[in-house]
Design a protein around this ligand. Sequence first.
Ligand SMILES: [Fe+2]
Length: 345
Amino acid sequence: MTEFLKRFVDAGEILITPGLEVAEGYVPLPLRNLNVNREVPFNVFFKMKKRGQENPHFIKGCARGEVYLEDWHQKLLQLRIPCVYVALEEMSLVMHYVNHYLELALKENVKSNLEKGVQVCDVMQLWSMNFFNNEEARTVEEVRVALKFLGSLFPLIRGDDQSIWDLMKIGRHKSTRLYAHCLNVCLLGMAFTDYLGWKRDKILGFGLGALIHDIGLARVPLAILEKKGGLTPEEMLQIKRHPLDGGRLVQGFANLRWEALQMVLQHHENGDGTGYPLGLKTPQIHTWARICRILDSYEAMTHKRSWREAMDPIDAIWTMHSDWKKSKLFDQNYLTAFIKFLAGR
Ligand SMILES: [Fe+2]
């Protein structure tokens, strides 16, 4: 790291303010993914704000090929800085690096299952940010990589009542909310379909569909996704296009199951025909999409949005049991099973 940066750090002027960094071409990398006293094969940036300046900016702290020193790591921890930033254009280098250390961690018996799970989820969230934001990353090979991550995660969360809820708490700040939401729906989906007694391959296929179900939103500006108050008719149209946009983006991937494609296309269809984009009714909506509709709504309801607070999970279960049961929006059989699944945890 440069002396220049050290002056900033010593002056306590680093500020991590969640915001638009993905839109600005930077991706947050949680500190726990950097290996101390090892070379870093990509540029590491810090989000900083000089005194008196309104907007933060990104400063290169550790150049590609430099060693990330223990001293620096400790300093950042002391300052309670949760992440550094990497450039979106260097994501293939970043993915190679984090994947390498993930494979080592999974082979060794040093970390607990939860710690390993956190590491897999970090890498999956980086994968999503890359896949959602970088058209060149949307390849058959990348889809195969995602399935490999899901395969690594599966034994770590299977049958473990607490892990899944702990894992769902990670990495949820404004700029990463869409990816964290998709990852959480994926985690919930894997645990729920396991509870339903599905086989491993089907669970992984469902997990992949859940992980990318909102990919069509990648094209919607964050200013619209995070907008407080009502959307204009044009903005609403943009939002309502995302299932079809998403379907078009991923339909060509041979290793994405057809059922998972239906999740992308139909996860906003309601059983009574009031959903979008096609206004389908329950018998016309694919089972996987009906399950995704329930998980998607529950996950959204139990997490904070810019326009409302998060609902307590107990209250959420009660709402599902009373209001959702009365509505014709959700598949009643899967809804009942999901309530039992949640209540039993
Ligand atoms: Fe969606």
